[in-house]
Design a protein around this ligand. Structure first.
Ligand code: PLP
Length: 392
């Protein structure tokens, strides 16, 4: 039985294991890609941005991709383009930016439950809460597809559009279909913790020409080119510098994805042997990006709570996150959402949020480190009685 740093042993990782090490592309390669634009004085929204859009459209198999300054901006511009008004239905178990985009467009987030196994939008609960909404916004949580065709069917029953927050999902597939084609638009993030990196950036994928056109104009203040702004737009452009980083990142995308896949398979296999720990449920036919590898801790079966496990891992030098805890409906910005009344009751989401733990998963993480991290899980389970008496 391995002993634990939390109980006085030496830490397993004296040098520490960071939660994330963004796979920044080679700087010389970035400069090489950037130089032609730079030398011509083209610093924003130029040929490199066009190239990112074309490459992404090809990789995702969609007719049109519009590059923007962030996923949040992209979501705001799409919601504005579809004229989302009133309430927009979305999960609370997502990143705050999903709800922020709704609120910034003047609509009101209406939160629904998540599924306790997949952590995705719970379609039955969503159906119960969907009456009168103006649109649906669903997140592909942790890079796994959120049954997008079922979300589309739900929205269709209410005659409203669906937008997907695909921040985590560049390269994920629902069956054989890459994310990017579902709903009226899917919006990807290129911030450093996501699978494809631009530094900051977002990609709006859509099969709808009118939405693509509105997002293109919208990222440029609403200006179609003659300075007669068509609606209240934003500066949501991507710079050539960011586009150069994105293009260099695309070159190593497959290698990095393969590495995350291998680590996820390893984690999944090893964790299966530990009572009370289960990984996010993902159908065998779907492909996740594994932007995050997230487990749920069943305190009764595992022996200690998620928080004690997290402290034990921290004592060993392993940095983790509790994505998404607090869930959005519990955050200060939304606690009194809607008409200023009391926060919505989302008991399943509260339970899931209190049980989740996201583990380090990135190309530079050694397989042996993943193995060792799961050994810590096993040791915590083995020492559960002692931990319960010694750790408050
Ligand atoms: C990261 C993230 C965003 C925001 O992406 P930005 O590019 O930083 O704006 C939105 N939604 C989810 C689910 C995210 O994880």
């Amino acid at each position: 039985m391995t002993s634990l740093a939390l109980l006085g042993a030496d830490p397993a990782f004296p040098a520490g294991v960071p939660f994330v090490r963004p796979p920044a592309p080679d700087l010389d390669r970035v400069v090489e890609i950037l130089r032609p634009s730079w030398d011509r004085g083209l610093l924003t929204n130029g040929p490199l941005v066009r190239e990112v859009e074309a490459r992404a459209a090809e990789m995702l198999g969609v007719p049109d991709v519009v590059a923007v300054s962030s996923c949040t901006t992209g979501l705001m511009l799409v919601l504005r383009a579809i004229g989302a008004r009133g309430d927009v239905l979305l999960p609370s178990f997502t990143f705050s930016a999903s709800a922020h985009a709704v609120a910034w467009t003047g609509a009101t987030p209406r939160f629904a439950e998540c599924d306790p196994s997949s952590f995705q939008l719970d379609l039955d609960d969503a159906a119960d809460r969907a009456g009168g909404v103006g649109a649906v916004l669903a997140t592909h949580v942790f890079g796994a597809p959120c049954a997008p065709e079922a979300v589309e069917a739900l929205a269709a029953r209410h005659g409203v559009p669906v937008v997907f927050d695909a921040a985590h999902g560049f390269g994920a597939r629902r069956g054989d279909v890459p994310l990017g084609r579902f709903g009226v638009a899917e919006v990807f993030s290129l911030t450093p913790t996501k699978p494809l990196v631009a530094g900051e950036g977002g990609l709006v994928a859509t099969t709808d020409d009118a939405i693509a056109a509105a997002v293109r104009i919208g990222r440029d203040y609403g200006n179609p080119g003659d300075y007669d702004t068509q609606f209240v737009g934003l500066n949501g452009r991507m710079s050539e510098l960011h586009a150069a980083v994105a293009l260099a990142s695309i070159e190593s995308y497959e290698e990095h994805q393969a590495r995350r896949d291998a680590l996820a398979r390893r984690y999944r296999k090893l964790i299966a042997g530990i009572p009370g720990i289960r990984a996010q449920a993902i159908p065998d036919t779907d492909t996740s990006t594994y932007k995050d590898f997230t487990v749920a801790v069943d305190r009764d079966r595992f022996g200690v709570s998620r928080d004690v496990l997290r402290r034990a891992l921290a004592a060993e030098g392993v940095d983790t996150r509790c994505y998404f805890d607090p869930p959005v409906h519990r955050q200060t910005a939304y606690r009194a959402a809607g008409s200023g009344g009391p926060a919505v009751e989302l008991a399943v989401t509260d339970t899931v949020a209190a049980s989740v733990l996201s583990l380090p998963i990135y190309p530079a993480l050694e397989s042996e480190s993943a193995d060792r991290i799961v050994e810590v899980f096993a040791a915590v389970h083995d020492h559960a009685d002692e931990l319960r008496t010694r750790i408050p």
